[in-house]
Design a binder for this molecule. Sequence first.
Ligand code: HPA
Length: 294
Amino acid sequence: MHSKEDLRYEDCEETARWLLDRIQSPPDIAIICGSGLGLLAETLSDPKTFDYTQIPHFPASTVAGHSGQLVFGTLQGKSCVCMKGRFHVYEGYPLWKVTFPIRVFKLLGVKLLMVTNAAGSLCNTYRPGDLMIIRDHINMPGLAALSPLRGPNDERFGPRFPSLWDTYDHQLRTTALEIASKIGQADLIHEGVYCMVGGPNFESVAEARFLQKLGADAVGMSTAPEVVVAKHCGMRVFGLSLITNRVAQAYERQETVNHSSVLEVGKQRSQLLQAIITDLVRSVQFENHQEPAA
Ligand code: HPA
């Protein structure tokens, strides 16, 4: 039995139908724009924009720097939808709500999810302003039973026990590295492990040391739930973190981090991030075109 406070397939269908009635062509690619990275959405041609507050069953974004709009349009000839602003667990949303848009995207026919986020560096060789292609993730809330797949499994989305073995698309990761080299930015792009924590506080020194020992290269407060849901429902996934700060791993040296400095680095690097995502979108080939399910 589902309560009103659970995920309902019918709500996802209703939202998908509402959007399909209002857009030109269903999207193949969904792009989540992280903190300060929403400018990408402005590069779509023939844009059609919806505030989250207009869309049936959509949660509302509450964080500064996350504007709360879905923008449909074309990028490099591909039909895309951009999320300007995502939902975080720290805002108080249950995980099924944080990931509600991903399931709607699935019903719209999306085959590839591209996620961007801001993250703190746990790796000595990463500097603020660098980019990290996500090779894999550590989902800290997920390991402690806070998974977006917790609860009754709806087989129409995917299997009860999905594998995460090959979640972050190998081919797209290789192409992104090639793109960065081609535009002369090979020295500031890395490939690494993203660790999701619940936030909203930044990490203590002991926590940062702990995460680094676990094998995390960067840490942030988003992404893993959306990626798990995308993988569950059979989408390809690509993830790119913008390193906005170093995470303090010693008491002696002060490393300041706050939300506005995170947004500031986002602004400085938005062009580069945009260039890589745009070129990656151009390179994507879809094997066979499927009609949307809703
Ligand atoms: N920690 C967690 N999330 C973040 C950070 C950080 O240092 N920087 C940007 N998002």
